[in-house]
Design a protein around this ligand. Structure first.
Ligand code: DC
Length: 228
């Protein structure tokens, strides 16, 4: 048993609602929530800021070792991340940062460095961690594991709506192509490719609301917790 409760992993492709669902459930349980893509996005942002080539594994690794990550739990359950003392905020969520993140995350050795940071943040439990390899690599011993999926078309629709809400005018076909490209890269890379962990509960979210997905996730966690 861990000090603060269970470790719960939520993996899956981008746009399946992992973050929203993870946050909702973490709040219900009084747990912390960490979106691990933030660490890859931070590394990507620093790579970009320092004009390093994202393909250069040695430089990306050296940079990953230099970065200091700290996490501070907020009232809304989210672990707010500081990199070298700085909160990077919206810079991490630019479309370009996401694309560079998908590239830097192909380097196995830099992944190992970030994986250790994630383990340090979650090992005492009482946490929901969302990402691509949480149940397979970061916490293969997570007490409850989820894998969320949804069709690329449904995820592109959701992303277009999200961007429209922030005042942008995105093109559906461009967004769909970007999503498919990223899916391909994330699931075909040699290092920790995206796939459901052994024992993961798989939920197809295409025709469910995020609230419904959160209810399912919560019900499964309670079931596992009661049977322990
Ligand atoms: O979830 P996200 O869109 O914020 O993630 C950005 C990129 O980081 C994504 O393309 C893949 C990578 N990533 C990863 O390889 N492993 C994780 N655990 C989380 C994210």
């Amino acid at each position: 048993m861990r000090k603060n409760g269970l470790v719960i992993s939520i993996d899956g492709t981008a746009g399946t609602g992992k973050s929203t669902v993870g946050k909702l459930v973490a709040r219900q349980l009084g747990y912390g929530f960490l979106s691990t893509g933030e660490l890859y996005r931070a590394l990507a942002y620093k790579v970009y800021e320092q004009h390093l080539p994202p393909e250069d594994g040695a430089q990306v690794l050296a940079l990953s070792k230099r970065l200091q990550f700290t996490f501070v739990r907020q009232e809304d359950a989210v672990l707010k991340m500081y990199v070298d003392g700085e909160y990077l905020g919206a810079k991490l969520h630019l479309e370009e940062t996401g694309n560079v993140a998908s590239r830097v995350s192909t380097h196995q050795e830099a992944r190992a460095v970030l994986t250790e940071k994630m383990r340090a943040a979650g090992q005492d439990g009482g946490i929901i961690m969302e990402g691509r390899d949480i149940g397979t690599v970061v916490f293969p011993d997570a007490e409850v594991k989820f894998y969320l999926s949804a069709s690329a078309e449904e995820r592109a629709k959701r992303r277009v709506k999200q961007l429209e809400e922030t005042g942008e005018c995105p093109d559906y076909q461009t967004i769909l192509a970007l999503i498919k490209e990223r899916d391909y890269r994330d699931s075909h890379r040699a290092a920790s490719p995206l796939k459901p962990a052994e024992g993961a509960i798989i939920i197809d979210t295409s025709s469910l609301t995020l609230e419904q997905v959160a209810q399912k996730v919560l019900a499964e966690i309670r079931r596992v917790d009661e049977n322990k």
